[in-house]
Design a protein around this ligand. Structure first.
Ligand code: KG4
Ligand code: ZN
Length: 380
């Protein structure tokens, strides 16, 4: 079975082809193509994503991305695939609609089933896309020719990994969700204001580090570690870290950084932070976000007796978060699953994977007219 997936929920126009063979319980998966056209440069001057601009770019990019994705997969036309999947929420409504309309046109023209897919579920299922050991010469040639990365359906042996506590951290979402089985979710906590990725982006903007903020802050914080700078800057708050629930709040942290920067500038009688001070604040802000995320995730994992912890979303690309979560979870002997780097930020391979899973579980055929963008679609 070949699945063509389309993702336009934010500022990445992404199309992927996933090949699924073998038995339903233990399928073999190969990501034949994973094409992404990023709009980062365009949005960086606004310090965030500008929805109507994103939608216009999706419209322009979709045919080109489709062409490239099919070519990378060694396919001639969408007629060669079995299913089309499209992200229909959550995300920016205008951006989602561009992908949905494009997918509907393809589904109609080539008479294929269309599967509306949840973006968050996609992030969770990025954890199932694993490289496998290359075995044969033929496989090596195949990979060298650029046809696909291998992906490996996690042989979870049924229920061993469930319930899994999922920490989904992206630019638009910060959620703790308990996954009791494939397609079964219960929301445990979420952010009350800014998402973790949004906090990274806003703090980076205050520090003048550019967009997207996550990679910029992480690289700046790394310099602080390497230079081994000794700066006495006040500790930033860890918002809601000891609250009784599993909710998050990051907007106060952003405000605290703003005041810290102002205070430092007044103290040093300057209008601009010194590069060294900037690295120190970036490191402290990153640490504050990670401390809260990891503390609450582990607390929830213990309370809900999770058999595993699953990280996902753009912020899961953060090296320190990956390392800290693994280290802390090891103390309570809970395995942690972290997506491959290329599947951390928005991509369509994860959408294909989630669509395959939900198609297999629900086997529903959707009427094209019923498929709509749902900007706030919640996983249940
Ligand atoms: O999942 P994603 O690509 O898009 C959404 O669904 O929102 O996540 C994008 C977010 C951005 O806020 C970006 O700053 C953050 O992921 N991000 C990171 C890193 N790489 C991307 N945050 C922290 N550290 C990183 N290395
Ligand atoms: Zn995302």
């Amino acid at each position: 079975m070949l699945i063509l997936a389309i993702e336009t929920s934010c500022d990445d126009t992404a199309i992927a082809v996933l090949k699924v063979t073998g038995a339903k319980a233990k399928p073999d998966l190969v990501v034949l193509s994973n094409t992404i056209s990023s709009q980062v440069k365009l949005h960086s001057k606004y310090g965030g994503v500008y929805p109507t601009l994103a939608a216009r770019e999706h419209e322009k990019n979709l045919p080109k991305v489709l062409k490239k994705s099919l070519k990378d997969a060694g396919l001639k036309s969408p007629a060669d695939v079995d299913i089309i999947a499209v992200t229909s929420g959550p995300g920016l409504s205008v951006a989602l609609w561009r992908g949905i309309n494009f997918a509907k046109e393809l589904a109609k023209k080539y008479d294929k089933p269309l599967v509306p897919t949840n973006h968050i579920e996609g992030h969770i299922y990025s954890n199932w896309l694993r490289p496998v050991a290359v075995k044969s010469k033929l496989q090596i040639t195949y990979l060298r020719r650029g046809f696909g990365r291998q992906a490996n359906y996690k042989k979870d042996g049924g229920q061993k990994m469930f319930p899994a506590l999922c920490l989904i951290v992206s630019g638009g979402h910060t959620e703790l969700t308990l996954m009791s089985g494939h397609g079964k979710y219960k929301l445990v906590g979420r952010t009350r204001d800014d998402a973790a990725g949004e906090a990274f982006d806003k703090i980076a903007r205050i520090l003048g580090l550019g967009y997207p903020g996550g990679p910029a802050i992480s690289a700046t914080a790394e310099k602080f570690k390497i230079l081994n700078l000794k700066f006495k800057i006040p500790t930033l708050p860890r918002p809601m870290i000891y609250s009784k629930d599993y909710d998050f709040s990051f907007s106060g942290l952003k405000t605290a950084v703003l005041y810290l920067v102002k205070g430092q500038n007044e103290k040093n009688k300057t209008k601009k932070l010194s590069p060294a001070l900037k690295t120190a604040i970036a490191a402290e802000a990153q640490q504050a976000i990670i401390d809260v995320l990891v503390y609450k995730t582990l607390k929830a994992a213990k309370e809900f007796k999770a058999k595993s912890i699953m990280l996902s979303g753009g912020v899961s690309a953060n090296k320190l978060l990956r390392e800290t979560l693994k280290k802390e979870a090891a103390k309570i002997k809970t395995p942690v699953s972290i997506p491959e780097m290329e599947y951390t930020t928005d991509n369509a391979a994860m959408i294909a994977m989630a669509a395959y899973q939900s198609y297999k579980l629900k086997a529903i055929s959707y009427k094209l007219d019923d498929i709509e963008a749902d900007a706030n679609w919640e996983l249940v």
